[in-house]
Design a protein around this ligand. Structure first.
Ligand code: GUN
Ligand code: FE
Length: 461
């Protein structure tokens, strides 16, 4: 059987991405061509006047006029950016977002979260909520998400299936938790937890053998909810499979840190604890890291772990007003990305996470008497895109526009559409591209995210 070759995707207009932390790259009159078969960017030119595009495409053997290529000409208020990477997201908490936001973390887990997550024992419930969850995050421009499932193997496999079917790039892991949770929501033994983990890992590698879109991530929820035997068993899987990502929560709140110290008195810190069990490597994604000693920052840097910075959750649920010391982490060379921690926070928007990261960094600037400067717009954008890709081990594939990388991208439309448009600050005639971009980052929302592509596939239009 032969199938007609699919048309190449071609864009002409402004592309904005971030290749280094503190600098935006704005490509004007760019031509970007995507191979529809593998979703890779196969051509990227700059400064091509619009009227020269058809000739360029003809010279490349792409017949624009006859519909051989689908060319999208972007207007002045439209531009392409790389898709957002959400480095920390609890999929089962999608339907509890915004609840219990003034509670302390451990109370919030036991009264709001664990009873909610227990409902994912029912596969039909998982199918319904996870379907909405993945659709919604794609609509928010989150092309890659690192998901925690519930503790249930079947529900987690449903989540992986949905990510693949709907076209979201994802790390998916079932939570490991065999203690300090209610009887209705706790795993029976470390052996049962590890068996379900292996089943989920096998499932993900069966549905996406090359890990093109979906990969498994080992997910010890946090040390409080994992016995020594469970942590050791997960460490053994990590040793056997050093390619697998690992995600957990670290140093989120004083109460959580205190309880952890009582459970594991042999360790001076959570970093020592997780390192002892073989769970820290360049594939590790450490959520929160709100309270970090200088020694821990240096350890995390030396081990090559990434940090998922979740300022919305950290400054609401958790009972503190403290998020990760991002400037200090970046100074030490630690990879940092942003997380919605959806469920933990009140928003499923990575733009909200970026704005709250600005607020959190300003509090750090004040507390450090100016030494730890607040984050700039360019830096926030870097964390939301390439920084997140690095944290998820995907920087070779996504995060910037580059020939050979896969096309995960958002078409932003910043035009002020009267009567039904978004709340984004209006564009004025004299606005530079930089100004339009800044208005989008600080005031835009999903209504300005007109199209979303993952691996060259249109997943929102
Ligand atoms: N620590 C362990 N589990 C969780 C969770 O679901 N959310 C947050 N914010 N912290 C956690
Ligand atoms: Fe979390």
């Amino acid at each position: 059987m032969t199938t007609a070759p699919q048309a190449q995707l071609v864009f002409h207009g402004t592309l904005i991405h971030s290749k280094v932390l503190d600098e935006l790259t704005i490509l004007e009159n760019a031509v970007l061509v995507v191979d529809p078969n593998d979703g890779r960017i196969i051509r990227l030119d700059e400064n091509v006047p619009r009227e020269d595009v058809p000739a360029l495409l003809r010279s490349l053997g792409l017949d624009d006029a006859d519909g051989g290529a689908k060319t999208r000409y972007l207007e002045r208020t439209e531009f392409l950016i790389p898709g957002f990477v959400d480095t920390h997201n609890h999929a089962p908490q999608y339907a509890q977002r915004g609840l219990g936001q003034s509670m302390q973390i451990l109370d919030w887990l036991s009264t709001v979260t664990f009873p909610n997550e227990a409902r994912f024992a029912d596969p039909a419930h998982a199918q319904r909520i996870y379907s909405r969850c993945v659709d919604s995050f794609l609509r928010q421009g989150i092309t890659t998400a690192a998901y925690y499932g519930s503790l249930h193997a079947e529900a987690t496999q449903i989540l992986a299936d949905l990510c693949l079917a709907k076209g979201q790039r994802a790390l998916v892991g079932k939570c490991n938790m065999d203690r300090h949770a209610p009887p209705s929501y706790v795993e029976a033994s470390p052996e049962a937890s590890l068996r379900d983990t292996e089943a989920c890992l096998a499932h993900v590698e069966r549905i996406d053998p090359a890990g093109r879109l979906v990969r498994y991530v080992l997910t010890p929820r946090f040390a409080i909810s994992c016995s020594d035997a469970l942590l050791a068993g997960l460490g053994a899987i990590a040793r056997r499979r050093p390619d697998l990502a690992i995600q957990t929560h670290v140093n989120e709140a004083r109460s959580e840190m205190e309880f952890t110290r009582r459970l594991f008195p042999a360790f001076g810190s959570e970093i020592d604890l997780y390192e002892h069990f073989g769970l820290l490597s360049p594939r590790s994604i450490l959520a929160h890291c709100c309270y970090m000693s200088e020694r821990e920052v240096q350890q995390v840097a030396a081990l090559g772990c990434g940090v998922a910075h979740c300022p919305v959750a950290n400054m609401t649920v958790g009972g503190g007003f403290m998020a990760a010391p991002v400037r200090a982490l970046l100074r030490a060379g630690v990879k940092v990305g942003l997380g919605t921690d959806s469920g933990g926070g009140f928003s499923s928007s990575l733009l909200d996470a970026a704005r709250q990261a600005l607020v959190a960094s300003n509090t750090r600037e004040v507390a450090s008497e100016g030494e730890d400067r607040g984050l700039t717009i360019a830096e926030l954008f870097y964390l939301a895109t390439l920084g997140g890709a690095q944290v998820c081990g995907l920087e070779e594939k996504v995060g910037t526009f580059q020939v050979g990388k896969e096309f995960d991208a958002l078409v932003i439309n910043a035009a002020d559409r009267a009567g039904g448009g978004s709340v984004m600050t209006m564009i004025e005639e004299e606005d530079s591209l930089n100004t339009i971009f800044e208005k989008f980052i600080m005031t835009g929302d999903d209504r300005n995210i007109e199209q979303v592509y993952v691996r060259g596939r249109l997943v929102k239009s």
